[in-house]
Each structure stands twice: as C-alpha cells, then as structure tokens.
Write a new protein. Structure first.
Ligand SMILES: N[C@@H](CCC(=O)N[C@@H](CS)C(=O)NCC(=O)O)C(=O)O
Length: 352
C-alpha cells in the first residue's frame, strides 16, 4: 500500500514549486508537524467514517484524508483524526485545531464565503430525508404534520426541516441534539416520531445502529440538496490545490477502474498513450509524471464504503463529481485544460 500512496507525493511535487519557497502557512504548518490533522464526524457514519475499538478509522471520507497524507508525505498513515460535532467542526477548522474537514459537511454559500473557509469539491451529492419506524405506517413526509423529529444542531438538516414544514403548512416539534449518539438512541428508543438528516446518513444509521433495520423505513421525499465535501481554511491556495486534486485523482481513478488491487497490472497492460491520456485528464501533464500519476490513483479505495451499502460507486462518482466529464458538453479549445465546472444541479447550495 505504501508504494501506491507514494505516488501521491510525486503528484504534490508537481503542484509545488522547487524548494516549496512559496508554500502557504497551512501547508508549511502541516509539513513541519509531519502529520495531517483531519476533522471527522463524532459518532461516525457507516461507510463514510467509522472508528473501530483499536482506534482505527476507515471509510470513504477517511480515504480522502489518507490520500492527502500520501500526497504530502508519501504515506497514507500520517493522519490524526479528530472527531467533531456539527457545532464544533467549523470553529475547530477556523482555529487551526484541524487542517481540513472530511466529515460530510454541506457546501453552502454562507459556509464558503462568510466563515473564512473553502470547500474544495463534492465527494457525495446527498439530500435530506426522514426515517420513521415502520409500525407508524407513515408512507410520506407529508404525513408528518405535528410529528416530533430528532435532528442534529449546527446542521443544515435543522434549517431545512423548518423550511420544509413551513412550505407545506405543517408543524413539527424539533428534538435537538449535538451528540449524534444521543440523537440515534433517542430515536431508536421512541423519543421522536422521525429522525431527519442527510439520506446516506439515515441509511447508514439504520444499518449500523437500529436494533432491527427492517423495523425502520426512509421516506421517499428528499427535501434539500446536500453537496458534501472536504473543507479547508481560506487563504492557502497550495494546500487547497493539493486537497482538491487528490480528490479528483481518486474520482478519476475510480472512473477508470483503477484500484490498489490492479494498479500494477494496469500499468503493465495500458499503452503508454492511454496512460498519458489518463495523466492529462488528471491534470498531471508534465513529462515523466505518467507512471507516477497512474499509481497515485490507487488511493481510490472504494471497498470501505461497501460494507454499509453507501458505496462510492462509479455511478456515484459520475453523478457527484466536478470533473473533466462535467465540462465535456462545453466546447474546449485545443490544448485547453479541463475546467472544473459543476453540471447543472450539481453545485453548492445558495441557501444556508
Ligand atoms: N450535511 C449536513 C449534516 C451534518 C452532519 O452529518 N454532521 C455530522 C457531524 S460533522 C454528524 O453529526 N455525523 C454523525 C451522525 O449524523 O450520526 C451539514 O453539513 O450540516
């Protein structure tokens, strides 16, 4: 695994000027520390970020942190994971307690422009929903008038519900929690009629935490757009570039079916022309970078998410990414680099 992640470091070297004289303060600080500090969600979300009883974190969001570590240090394990609640996460990033967030934060206008933070891309395009006990017999969110709803404070979920119920001329009783573990157990112990949040989180919670998953159902309505992705502090473009292009390299690799299991095989079998084409699409266009770029993509490990059926599958990648194909409908001048432009509807949220 180590050799595969080492290529990420080469990728970073392409971004950074020789001697790193122009590195920004965040990049300098991470380098000097020799460790990336990644903010993840307290309580975890199956498939995205989960900690085992040895303290080892796995999941799709964790893979982003590992890949950034590989890009910076040539090793995926130089990461400290800091669990943060919805309330804590942005202040922790602002205060420099973490270098980046990889915790299912929704990219919104306010968060991106008014908090001194930058969202670097979208890793999963989610939307908010509701989960209810089957025995309630509720089939639609429109039947939730007057319901008590467990929801996390400091989340977009809290704001969306209020909008949704107002727009549908319904009322509800919010039951607010900062701690997701408390929120989950309150719901599964019957303290709220419904549990609301990003849909992937609802499915993950049902699988991982429900006493009997079949006793719960996620209602069909998706009441918001939740483009989720990593966040960094505003002001260090180089660090931001590294996080962004690490993410794109992983998505691009997944689209090409390249994983840690087959990278060596792919390197042997692919023609040098196709490898060059891949490297160009990934943005590593300088000569000599082709092989290393192909290797770097082995960080795209989708296996961790599979366990919770929240799989970052090829179709997810295709639906959720900003990336070369997103720009493929737009005319491109010859030799022009790919634009990172969201497809219609796959953009940050204006509200929130
Ligand atoms: N995407 C929404 C939801 C926030 C969210 O998922 N929060 C995380 C903490 S950063 C969480 O509570 N995760 C654990 C759980 O929901 O069970 C937002 O950004 O406000």
């Amino acid at each position: 695994m180590k050799k595969m992640f080492a290529a990420m470091a080469l990728g970073a070297a392409l971004i950074l000027p020789a001697g790193h004289a122009m590195a920004g303060k965040d990049l300098d600080a991470v380098r000097a520390r020799g460790q990336l500090v990644c903010g993840v969600a307290v309580g975890g979300i199956a498939g995205f970020m989960v900690v085992d009883n040895q303290g080892k974190w796995t999941g799709m969001n964790v893979d982003i942190c590992r890949a950034v570590s590989a890009a910076l240090f040539g090793e995926s394990e130089k990461v400290k994971y800091v669990p943060l609640s919805g309330q804590q996460r942005f202040t922790a990033l602002q205060a420099g307690e973490v270098d980046m967030l990889s915790n299912n934060s929704t990219w919104t206008l306010t968060r991106d422009t008014a908090l001194g933070l930058d969202f670097v891309g979208i890793t999963y395009y989610d939307g908010q929903g509701f989960m209810v006990p089957k025995k309630l017999g509720v089939k639609s969110a429109k039947e939730l008038n007057g319901a008590s709803i467990c929801v996390l404070t400091g989340s977009t979920s809290e704001l969306n519900i209020a909008d949704y119920f107002r727009a549908n001329k319904m009322t509800f009783k919010p039951v607010l929690f900062e701690d997701p573990d408390q929120s989950r157990s309150a719901f599964f112990n019957g303290r709220c009629d419904a549990y609301s949040g990003d849909q992937a989180r609802l499915y993950a919670t049902r699988i991982a935490n429900a006493p009997n998953p079949d006793d719960y159902v996620v209602l069909p309505e998706v009441i918001s757009k939740e483009p989720l992705g990593p966040v960094v502090r505003h002001g260090d473009n180089q660090f931001e570039d590294i996080v962004r292009w690490t993410q794109y390299a992983m998505i691009e690799a997944e689209e090409h079916g390249i994983s840690s299991k087959n990278v060596d095989e792919m390197l042997k079998s692919a023609s040098s022309a196709s490898r060059r084409a891949w490297a160009r699409r990934s943005g590593s266009t300088r000569s000599g970078s082709t092989a290393s770029s192909s290797r770097s993509v082995t960080t795209a490990r989708s296996s961790t998410a599979t366990s919770a059926r929240v799989r970052f599958s090829r179709s997810h990648a295709a639906r959720m990414r900003y990336g070369p194909r997103a720009a493929s409908n737009t005319p491109r001048r010859s030799g022009e680099q790919h634009h990172l432009r969201p497809r219609s509807g796959r953009r940050p949220r204006l509200e929130g």
